[in-house]
Design a protein around this ligand. Structure first.
Ligand SMILES: *Cc1c(COP(=O)(O)O)cnc(C)c1O
Length: 406
């Protein structure tokens, strides 16, 4: 298995980013004046660094020996029978630190080092991206501050302890609703104060250009592996369906990256429906969001008519974000991908089902992707690849609360 076969250049492609940082009418880089130069320098350098032999060598080596890649592509036979298709699970849950986030964190810290940065900041919601960032900072001996909403610090205590043990400073954010959006605002504020020496490791395909493209390219290893693994297992290097959950969009971006232009492959994205689309307690921004600018990018966001961000809600902290990255906004609006909302309850049921049918306890986020299986219509010989973005250890308290009750 290789991680060579370098990153595709999407610029020339229909669904890729254009030279101004747009995916259709989404994306761009809306940053305060003080960050302009920093973001511009990143934009000028990232592509060339990612494509350099030296970067590719170090990145591939760490993905292999540190993360444990390639992650397996597992044929789920009992679930295949139940849903009338050939279902393969892409096992990002087996990565070091328990999710796909580590792929991106490693790539960005290697980039930060090559750009001469001395200090790392990050934002985190559930703590998965915070843990991944704290992990790579320990690995590379770089100081690290992670911004986290005070409410999330309380709710996600084991991950806070993990980050501290890894040597990161966890900074609780007391403003707003004390969750991910507020942590991101605070991280941007820090960045504004230290633009020269600080690298901001963003955890998803969000933020100003070039972040969405950078993160998508670092995660594209997922679909690069799927191609090779599917060819070996089925004699064909593309599936009929790709399924993934979307928060900001990074695991989905990695899953679909090398198939974006291949319209034989249908793409289904699972959004967090929360208590339901009509309930006012949801995070399904592709379906109910409207065009706005959030965290440096023009995307679909949940907002009031006068542009105040609506608080998102999902049982899954990793999907609890009021927007979706520009790549996915464009895929959805152009009809290339379909998006379906999954409620908390549907996600919980799907998690219990995978656990009992395949012996895999998924993250709550990944359970949203699994909950699409009963909603989609497959043909008996369809090959379906579904990304299990993370493992369920962090969600055990939630699972136990509902186990046997739904
Ligand atoms: C963070 C997270 C997500 C959501 O983020 P994306 O950028 O949309 O992938 C999904 N699954 C897991 C396990 C996560 O930790």
């Amino acid at each position: 298995m290789t991680h060579e076969g370098p990153f595709l250049i999407l610029n020339a492609m229909k669904y890729g980013v254009d030279k101004n940082g747009y995916y259709g009418s989404f994306g761009g880089a809306y940053v305060p004046e003080i960050l302009y130069k920093t973001v511009e320098t990143l934009r000028e350098n990232y592509s060339q660094i990612l494509d350099s032999e030296d970067f590719k060598r170090e990145f591939s080596q760490l993905l292999k020996d540190y993360v444990g890649r390639p992650s397996p592509l597992y044929f789920a036979s009992r679930m295949s029978e139940k849903y009338g298709c050939h279902l393969y699970l892409k096992r990002e849950d087996l990565n070091h630190t328990g999710a796909h986030k580590i792929n991106n964190a490693i790539g960005q810290i290697l980039l930060a080092k090559r750009m001469g940065k001395k200090r790392i900041i990050a934002e985190t919601g559930a703590g998965q991206h915070g843990v991944a960032t704290a992990t790579v900072c320990a690995l590379m001996d770089m100081p690290c501050r992670v911004y986290m909403g005070a409410l999330d610090v309380e709710r996600q205590h084991p991950n806070v302890e993990r980050m501290r043990m890894l040597g990161a400073e966890v900074f609780p954010v007391e403003s707003g609703n004390k969750t991910l959006k507020d942590a991101t605002n605070e991280a941007i504020r820090d960045w504004c104060c230290h633009p020269a020496d600080t690298f901001y490791i963003i955890g998803s395909t969000v933020g100003p250009h070039p972040y969405p493209d950078l993160v998508a390219r670092l995660q594209s290893v997922i679909s690069a592996e799927i191609k090779v693994q599917l060819e070996q297992k089925t004699g064909r290097n593309y599936p009929d369906w790709l399924i993934a959950c979307v928060g900001g969009g990074s695991n989905a971006a990695g899953t679909i990256y090398h198939y974006l232009e291949d319209t034989r492959v249908r793409i289904a994205l699972a959004e967090a429906g929360g208590m339901g689309l009509e309930s006012g307690r949801t995070a399904a921004s592709l379906e109910i969001g409207t065009l706005g600018i959030l965290h440096g990018s023009r995307i679909k966001v949940m907002q009031t008519e006068d542009g105040q961000i609506t608080e998102p809600y999902s049982i899954s902290a990793g999907l609890d974000y009021p927007g979706t990255g520009p790549l996915h906004c464009n895929l959805y609006e152009s009809g290339r991908a379909q998006a379906l909302a999954v409620t908390d309850e549907e996600a919980l049921r799907a998690a219990f089902e995978l656990t009992r049918m395949e012996g895999i306890i998924p993250a709550l986020e990944s359970a949203h992707a699994l909950a699409l299986l009963p909603k989609l219509k497959f043909k008996a010989d369809d090959i379906v690849v579904l990304t299990v973005s993370g493992r369920g250890d962090k969600d055990m308290a939630t699972y136990l609360k509902y186990y046997g009750k739904i």
